[in-house]
Ligand binder design. Structure first.
Ligand SMILES: Nc1nc(=O)c2c([nH]1)NC[C@@H]1CN(c3ccc(C(=O)N[C@@H](CCC(=O)O)C(=O)O)cc3)CN21
Ligand SMILES: CC(C)C(=O)C(=O)O
Ligand SMILES: [Mg+2]
Length: 315
């Protein structure tokens, strides 16, 4: 190595390295861009460039790995996990410990995507101390990038406290499922002038309070468009039409995986639930008909053991 160094100048070594790795431009747009972690600055850049942001929920290690492999930019550990993986009939029973447990599994499977965790029911309304502690646990124990919380004016002070402390906050307005009992159902929000105006005002306040992005759920497309154009931070829609900076859907909804009633704003891309039931049913029938296990799934004793115990191999 030292002999080589005497004969070959550094710049020439640099040329060889560049040639062996391909043109720098190509590396920039293909390999390193895909590997590079998604941050709040990345999202800001995409908003300005009108580059759509793809967000999906995930609740465990395999779903997180699949979302990451598929190129999702943001992975949300949504409190919808209460409904789609824990079997509750709303998100209200979900606890902070539930969110941390699932987020730990998700972050183990993700390297590029930004992982955001929902603050569960009530946490965003607790004291500044308590919400900061919850945010800290989500980042330190579960290793999420930041938190999402539902609500407007009611949570503004806590949004300020979190962002000031270095906890990135994604806001969530429109249909806020944690208020389902107060709202009287999963209903579209912002249909009349007064409620539309309120949502727009709160969106602006949340941006001012330091939120780095906003989820807008179940509002008319026109309202979502106005809000998206009025804010500097990216707006990610769910049932909020075509003009948001990004879209989010629930993992199990797009795959039709176990969900009974799927909201009308969902586009489904596969019938994974049916494929899974068919496969499990084939296994069950194989067991019952003694078609499984087959010879290739079996381990045998050595000949000596078989002789000693008086059993013939494979019978
Ligand atoms: N599987 C699943 N997907 C979700 O998108 C989701 C959850 N669970 N759980 C938490 C919240 C609850 N969400 C929901 C649930 C139902 C509707 C729904 O039924 N909406 C009606 C519109 C109602 C109206 O007419 O105002 C629809 O037909 O889409 C919407 C959002 C969204 N989130
Ligand atoms: C549907 C998204 C926005 C959510 O909050 C969740 O999955 O809990
Ligand atoms: Mg949620």
């Amino acid at each position: 190595m030292s002999n080589l160094r005497l004969l070959v100048p550094d710049w020439l070594i640099g040329v060889f390295i560049s040639l062996s790795q391909g043109a720098p431009k190509e590396r920039g747009t293909q390999m390193s861009m895909q590997r590079k972690k998604v941050t709040t600055r990345t999202l800001q850049k995409w908003k300005l460039a009108k580059e759509p942001i793809a967000m999906i929920t995930a609740y465990d290690f395999p779903s997180a790995k699949m979302a990451e492999q598929a190129g999702a930019d943001i992975i949300l550990v949504g409190d919808s996990l209460g409904m789609v993986v824990l079997g509750y009939d709303s998100t209200i029973p979900v606890t902070l410990d539930d969110m941390i447990h699932h987020t730990k599994a998700v972050t183990r499977g993700v390297s590029r995507a930004m992982v955001i965790t929902d603050l569960p029911f009530m946490v965003a309304h607790l004291s500044k101390d308590e919400v900061l502690r919850a945010g800290a646990r989500i980042m330190q124990e579960a290793r999420a990038y930041g938190v999402k919380l539902e609500g407007g004016s009611e949570v503004l002070e806590n949004v300020k406290a979190l962002t000031t402390a270095g906890i990135p906050v994604m806001a969530h307005l429109g249909l806020t499922p944690q208020s389902v009992n107060q709202l009287g159902g999963y209903l579209i929000q912002g249909k009349d002038a007064k409620s539309a105006e309120r949502i727009l005002t709160e969106a602006k306040r949340l941006e001012e309070a330091g939120a780095f992005a906003l989820v807008l759920e179940c509002v008319p497309e026109e309202l979502a468009r106005v809000i998206t154009e009025s804010l500097d931070i990216p707006v990610i829609g769910i049932g909020a039409g075509r003009f948001c900076d990004g879209q989010v859907l629930v993992f199990h909804d797009i795959l039709q995986m176990g969900g009974e009633r799927i909201p009308s704003f969902v586009k489904t891309y596969a019938q994974v639930g049916k494929t899974m039931v068919d496969a499990i049913q084939a296994y069950v029938q194989d067991v019952k008909q003694r078609r499984f296990p087959e010879e290739k799934h079996v381990t045998h004793w050595s000949e000596t053991m078989s002789v000693v115990y008086g059993v013939s191999e494979g019978k």
